[in-house]
Design a protein around this ligand. Structure first.
Ligand code: ZN
Length: 447
């Protein structure tokens, strides 16, 4: 029976793979950094010229810097292309959409809703093919796993992602073919977590993929209740910042390595971790720059803002789009053999980090460390309300541990200043973001 099932799945997958085969083969021909760089330059220049000819916003900004002369790109000027922010997209929405988008197959995609109003993006069919090809490439070429055929459990927060295919029953059929069980992590009560653990332990998946926060909460629960978890071949953490503490807890409880997969709602997959712990950037479709506060590229080991140019969306080109994340640039070469350059670490959303009046940034992870793994803390969210005003929302198991509380305040004041005002709010529940993510820290200061 199993053999027949797997045979059916193979036939199904071969038909799915045909959709992005051409793109996958194109990625596979990039065998050294020269061919990668030539590929990027060619696709990037095509995109600039298309945007210049078809999008009023880009025509204006490219004219201002003189980027395009007689249908060719002056490459010495590409660093001067202004950064595209969410605010600019909102303001110039119609002028960023190309005047010929109706000539292509296209669809809408919304940006993440955790900060501000979501934006509706117009994306090409070819964009989704490159996204699928990249995902397949990561598992196949970086991790050596034929992902579509393996047994998978996906612990995901967003209903919209689960049922992307449309109707629920249609999605269910698709899940059977792709050998996948989806567990909705949008709301995880203790009963839900226990049920999910039972499912994982009986289904015995090769791959478990989920939001970093959801995987962490599930593992923390298993640890506290001393429940053994089935050990899959790999765990892939995505959609949220994976902190070192989260990684340790997930790896310990699943007894396997966690691979971090970095993507964003607006531009899809950006980088995936290799066995050496570096995140290889999928530069052949999402060209990433890591920039300092003066928009200059940072050096290896330095932290900066992540800015992305998606090379395959002519309907609404995203050129030098600041997605709101911070990352540390890694080495260009990795001993795993991948030709793609790397990030050392994604350090989280800009708004996860707190900022002092003098501009110093304190990592959100500093605050989450104070609460993680404390038995009396069920859930928490630390909010920077003002430069020296911190609000703590906390869900407790029984009573606050006063000694811990004093220690936490002391450590907050150590970085935020001795006159920082700290307020504690015991709450019943901390709501997740609209896309189902945990919010551990949040700064309300606009920057
Ligand atoms: Zn590597």
């Amino acid at each position: 029976m199993k053999k027949i099932e797997n045979g059916i799945r193979k036939i199904w997958f071969n038909s799915v793979r045909k959709r992005f085969e051409k793109e996958y083969l194109e990625i596979s021909t990039l065998r050294n950094s020269d061919s990668l760089n030539n590929f990027i330059t060619q696709k990037r220049n095509n995109l600039y010229i298309h945007a210049f000819n078809h999008c009023r916003y880009y025509r204006k900004v490219f004219e201002q810097i003189g980027l395009i002369q007689k249908e060719s790109v002056d490459e010495s000027l590409i660093d001067e292309i202004p950064i595209l922010t969410k605010d600019i997209i909102r303001k110039h929405y119609q002028d960023i959409i190309s005047d010929d988008y109706q000539t292509r197959k296209w669809f809408y995609n919304s940006s993440g809703g955790s900060t501000g109003e979501p934006i509706r993006l117009v994306q090409d069919d070819i964009y989704s093919k490159w996204g699928s090809a990249t995902n397949y490439y990561y598992f196949k070429n970086v991790l050596g796993i034929d992902e579509p055929l393996e047994k998978k459990v996906i612990l995901w927060g967003s209903e919209r992602d689960l049922f992307k295919g449309g109707m629920e029953y249609k999605a269910k059929i698709q899940h059977w073919f792709s050998n996948t069980i989806f567990l909705n992590s949008f709301k995880m009560s203790e009963q839900d977590i226990e049920r999910y653990i039972r499912i994982i332990n009986s289904f015995k998946p090769e791959i478990i993929r989920g939001y970093a926060g959801s995987l962490f909460e599930l593992c923390r629960y298993a640890e506290q209740k001393k429940i053994m978890l089935y050990s899959p071949r790999i765990v892939v953490s995505a959609a949220e910042n994976l902190t070192n503490t989260m990684r340790d807890v997930i790896e310990l409880n699943f007894s396997t390595k966690v691979y971090n997969f970095y993507g964003s709602r607006e531009v899809s997959n950006l980088a995936g971790e290799c066995k050496n712990g570096l995140l290889h950037l999928f530069q052949f479709w999402n060209y990433v720059e890591v920039l300092d506060k003066d928009n200059q590229p940072v050096r290896e080991g330095e932290e900066g803002r992540v800015v992305v140019t998606n090379l395959f969306n002519n309907s609404m080109p995203m050129i030098r789009y600041e997605i709101g994340d911070m990352a540390i640039l890694g080495p260009k070469i990795c001993s795993c053999g991948q030709i793609l350059p790397t990030l050392k670490k994604v350090t989280g959303r800009i708004t996860d980090h707190f900022i002092l009046e003098n501009g110093t940034i304190i990592h959100g992870e500093y605050f989450t460390h104070l609460f993680y793994l404390k038995d009396w803390v069920k859930a928490f969210c630390v909010i920077q309300e003002d430069y020296s005003k911190i609000g703590i929302q906390i869900v407790i198991n029984s009573t606050i541990n006063r000694l811990d509380q004093v220690g936490i305040e002391k450590k907050i004041k150590l970085v935020m200043g001795s006159n920082c005002k700290i307020t504690w709010n015991i709450v019943e529940d901390i709501p997740k973001t609209p896309s189902g993510k945990y919010l551990y820290t949040k700064s309300l200061i606009r920057r």
